[in-house]
Design a protein around this ligand. Structure first.
Ligand SMILES: [Zn+2]
Length: 297
């Protein structure tokens, strides 16, 4: 979901007020979270918004906006995996558990300095059960069964700094099941990235209750499967990043994985001077002052 902020739009006008407004824009994500209004509410001018120290204001005003590219569906030797590993900036590799190359892909990503997420299969409202893959979390499961599945998935994928959802439109709307998943995240020092397959997701709000950052995908790169579309989406990522000072975006390996990788590569070449591409853990640390703690492999 692409949020629009009135204050940020004004920044584009480059008036004499632009410097002051720009500082407000750049501060907005962290201020919004500190004030518990979340990234989806306008908080920059709120008297209740938390004020970071002056030093961090300087850093944020001069830094390039950060973008984290998450690539989903690793773990089954999917098409495009090699192209993604060869991209010239850090990406975040989301690995499905219990598949032939799950462990290998996670280790490769880690060796390259890329962050790893467990790409946890979660029940959708619609869609074929066979698309879910092994070890899926379903809403009909008991709390104990959900916990068992989440822990098993985390144990199967080394170096994970967090979890994001594969499918999951039904589970991310279910507070009971999300609470179990987030409790495990909390215990292990991990965060949850809502892939945002459900506009009514309660994942972010529930994460806040657990004291976890409400991290969510903003833009899918490859809902249309060609590199030209992916490049266009990368330009939207840039716009979003300039408005909110950061952006999280998701692409996929798979049947069209090579085309997606080519589009991402073109986008990186075009944006690299104005955008800082980072792993998801660095982005979460910078936006929410929250650090993941790696579980031992
Ligand atoms: Zn997926």
């Amino acid at each position: 979901m692409l949020m629009k902020y009135p204050v940020c739009k004004r920044r584009r006008l480059a008036t004499t007020l632009s410097a002051a407004l720009a500082v407000l824009c750049l501060l907005q994500p962290a201020a919004a979270y500190s004030a518990s209004g979340g990234a989806g509410t306008v908080q920059a001018s709120s008297p209740n918004a938390a004020k970071p120290p002056a030093a961090s204001m300087d850093n944020r005003a001069t830094a390039r906006p950060k973008v984290a590219i998450i690539v989903d569906d690793f773990g089954n030797n999917m098409r495009g995996s090699e192209d993604m590993f060869k991209l010239p900036v850090p990406i975040t590799v989301a690995v499905m558990p219990f598949l032939p190359t799950s462990e290998q892909d996670a280790r490769r990503a880690h060796e390259l300095g890329f962050d790893v997420l467990v790409h946890l299969p979660m029940e959708p409202r619609q869609g074929k059960p066979e698309w879910l893959g092994p070890g899926a979390v379903l809403t009909q499961m008991s709390d104990a069964e959900v916990r068992e599945r989440v822990e098993a998935a985390l144990d199967n994928v080394p170096y994970a700094v967090g979890i994001n959802n594969h499918m999951g439109s039904k589970v991310t709307g279910d507070e009971r099941v999300m609470s179990v998943i987030l409790a495990v995240c909390k215990e292990r020092g991990l965060f949850f990235v809502d892939s945002h397959t459900n506009y009514r997701s309660i994942a972010g709000a529930t994460a806040r209750k657990f004291g976890l950052p409400p991290v969510e995908n903003h833009i899918f790169l490859d809902d249309v499967h060609n590199s030209g579309h992916v490049l266009k989406q990368m330009r939207l990522v840039k716009d979003h990043a300039f408005e909110q000072h950061y952006c999280i975006t998701i692409g996929h390996v798979g049947i069209q994985g090579k085309e997606t990788a080519a589009g991402i590569r073109s986008g990186i070449a075009e944006l690299k001077d104005s955008i800082e591409f980072v792993g998801i853990s660095e982005l979460v640390k910078s936006q929410w002052h929250w650090e993941s703690q790696l579980t031992p492999p």
